[in-house]
Design a binder for this molecule. Sequence first.
Ligand SMILES: *Cc1c(COP(=O)(O)O)cnc(C)c1O
Length: 344
Amino acid sequence: MRRTKPYVPGEQVNSENLLKLNTNENPYPPSPHVTKAIEGEMHRHLQLYPSPTADRLREVIADKHQLTKDHIFIGNGSDEVLAFSFMAFFEPGQTIRFPNITYSFYPVYSKIFDIPYETVPLQDDFTICPRDYFNAQGGVIFPNPNAPTSLYLELEAIEQILQQNPNQVVIIDEAYIDFAKTSAATLIEQYENLLVVQTTSKSRSLAGLRVGFALGQPHLIEALMRIKDSINSYTIDRLALVGATEAFLDEEYFTKTTNHIIDTREKVTTELEALGFTVLPSQTNFVFVTNEHQNAKRLYEQLKADDVLVRHFDVEPIEQYLRISIGTDEQMKQFITSLKQHLA
Ligand SMILES: *Cc1c(COP(=O)(O)O)cnc(C)c1O
């Protein structure tokens, strides 16, 4: 543990006036059905352990993807699902691959579970080149859309990667897929080596409830169950189980809030472009931007002084970029107003 450098989550600052656009949370509260179900459950069975198999929630999620509950694993946030997946599918001595610019939890899991890894440079336009992931010794993991670049990789490319790694597990971390095109979950019946990981933290406004899930063929799901049941049978509490279930049942609310965020994203993109920024074509609930006339770190600091928090990564080759989560229209107006005051 002395050699392990833990993941550093985005700053969580306690200030009333803070405009928090740094951790890609949803600006809208969860569906009112979610809150109501949690309130009801609070007065029922908290003295009893929750379901260790989360069958009802798994069925509800499976229905959305034309799969069965045996294709679904539920975890305490997708971070836990990812950690269990590293344990279940990647092995010490077998080098795995992920992009050099990606979710910074992957190197942390690799180190703690003693899994060697190679980071593959993104192409100059920050896209993932599928060929770079063929014949990976120990497996492959990357987000789609990727973070923090916000770029989506087409399913044909993912299929090539799956076909060229027939004996390895390929994990696609779809934390932002609801703001993008098609999920790789549509490929599960065809590929026994595909594990798709999703979360309720972004598109379903439940970052505080901690519910993530994996979709894959039953042999992969069973492996994850064995890991969970060797560590903690009850990773999802009763409130989380009922809350997340309602979040999936209220499709109308989900569609409305998701579409609104996408609309806001497109508007903010146009405004930022008018201010001289280059905005990568985002398929997520954030934008990744740069401006050749502005210093990104300085802008980050000046925005922070105005109580507007965005994310800056002080690493090559993205040190001149800012990642800005999409908030409400009102919040984005405040962000743009503050930003305009600091443009050199
Ligand atoms: C937010 C995020 C996660 C973690 O989500 P939780 O379900 O809240 O743990 C995983 N992967 C990526 C790429 C993310 O951006």
